[in-house]
Design a protein around this ligand. Sequence first.
Ligand code: UDP
Length: 718
Amino acid sequence: ISIILSQTKATVSDGIKVFTVATDDTHGLERFLRSARIYGIDVEVLGKGRKWTGGDMNYAGGGQKINILKEKVLELMKSNDNKDQIILFTDSYDVMFLAPIEDIVNKFKSFKDTRVLFSAEQFCWPDSKLAGQYPKTEVANPYLNSGGFIGYLAELSEILNYKPVKDLDDDQLYYTKIYLDKELRQSLKISLDHESKIFQNLNGALSDVQLRSNTTEDWPYIENVVTKERPLIVHANGPSKLTLNHLGNYLAKSWSMKEGCALCTEKKIELKENELPSVMVAVFIEQPTPFLEEFLQQLNNIDYPKSKIHLILRNNVEYHETEVDEFFQANFKNYATAKRIKPSDFISEGEARTIAKDRCVNSVCDYLFSIDSVSRVKPKTLRYLLSSGYDVIAPMLVRPGQAWSNFWGAINSAGFYARSSDYMDIVYYAVKGIWNVPFITNCYLMKMSVFRNTEAKSISYSVEDTDADMAFCSNLRQLGIFMHVSNELDFGHLVNPENYDISRTHPDVYSMFDNKIEWEARYLHDDYNINFEEGRKHLMPCPDVYWFPLMSPRFCKEWIEVMEAYGQWSDGSNNDKRLEGGYEAVPTRDIHMTQVGLDRHWLHILKEYVRPLQEMVFTGYYHNPPVSIMNFVVRYRPDEQPSLRPHHDSSTYTINLALNTPNVDYEGGGCRFIRYNCSVQNTKLGWLLMHPGRLTHYHEGLRVTKGTRYIMISFVDP
Ligand code: UDP
């Protein structure tokens, strides 16, 4: 940062005037002026506040730039007798300076026999028929581009006054015709910067231009690998705009390996507690979402005064409606205002998002914080985004262990995802910063003043046959509104809803592979990690019977409810069709995990959470993964099967997880190890008993006298 500040103070070399035209205060202009500031270049912005009458710049047009510059040059001609005054003109919305003005002028002066130098590009635009009239076409960039030129006042004045031009006429065509007039070209000494010694136009040149960002010494720069030049000004002409958004993340001392992210601090705002901006928090539940309960809790935990939050809670999933409604009823009074959009409102996603945005635009709210139910963000995220100073900014959120995130680094010509060269580096935090990107989704903050001008006011999320966020981001790109994603800090992650099956009872319990973080937080016992503390003395209620906290009370409750909802308990007879041999010597009333689709899940629990416990206490025995064919929940109750006769298990070791609580849910029960005449009756909810299966640990299930006892059993390594 100190480097940047000292650079901005540097003075411009005398006698050079730098002009641009910018009718509006766009993000592109801001980037342009920042780059000028970084290199100490004093730019005069012409046309500010004027109505743009130069046409839609996706087509020919831009004559207005000539007319605005012409006025200025006329003024200079009147007041200035130094006809050797050098003037640099560039576009602004899609241009960045990459060097100080001295370097630019020195380069210009090194062009032989040149009084005016135009930038050059690979396309003869807007009239390709003129290509044949160019004197030199066997060069890297044969054709004139009007987005940047440098020259002496006298010659420039002649060029600008050569003939009248309408605002709607094309500026590039105007200059091209002058250049193609041999007499004028020679008398005014006009040249083109074919080799990009100063000006690099990006359209058509993407494979010629390499970003050198991986340098420990220097700030990143671009190199034209064809001409071996290091351009001093870059212009994203025509459809190459998004490339400059990408390059701009690094260029003009924005980011470096050594200095890190200069862009992260330059715009920082200090939030004053007594003047906090008002924020609309717009919540979207568009699809069945794993661990929604935790998501709703997270809303309550946002570190921001609720009196400053206007809540919009949109749910479009009937399955979640009861839970969402309960949350809303319990919490809405805490917010400044609160509104709901329910599934029964039959409002499409695009409409709902547009309603939230418009409600924010048309009210007192300063910011809109849009958050989808798949987003899991840390409480301070909102404050970070607000203080970043960026108008549209998302906290980077990634599905853990995947490359799936809430932003795209690039976009293809059809408007779909494309991977940028730095996408993986950003996702894996190999580079950290605030990045200008073409698409953000799921969670982002937007400053509402950006959306209050006439053009942006009509931006909508509803475009037929287009995903709502894609439509919205496409609108932002069209208007040159920059979107950013920050991975400066770890803000949270995304849950993965892809395999979430709401036809299941308690689908979250099934979601352990896709959403490990949430699953462990909700379902592992709070004390599970204590098992592994150094010097921990494990409980051993009977000889070689170990006792560990494993699963949470919530797990046990949901696990039982999954079984009871399924309901097809075995009949307790010796004939058991579920078994390969069809015969069970010591039958219980039970449900196998295969019956409820939880066998893969339970085996994973064995491997991930039980096996490490076993390895700790029965040392020297390593079987990874543990094998277990019989995994089942047993139900003991007085009027069904209350107990189990003494038996050996067909296992190397057996685990027995208490799914409910003695003297609360049932009376009696427990497990007696006959050889040791030792019983465990005060079993603890979510705690696991682990004991050898054969020979030594002959055992029986003690009689349940009241209520129902549930245990989860596995015969490991039979
Ligand atoms: N411009 C402007 N107001 C507008 C549109 C354009 O001042 O509403 C100026 C601005 O300097 C911009 C330049 O005209 O950089 C050319 O427009 P654009 O960058 O869109 O066109 P391109 O470089 O692709 O021809």
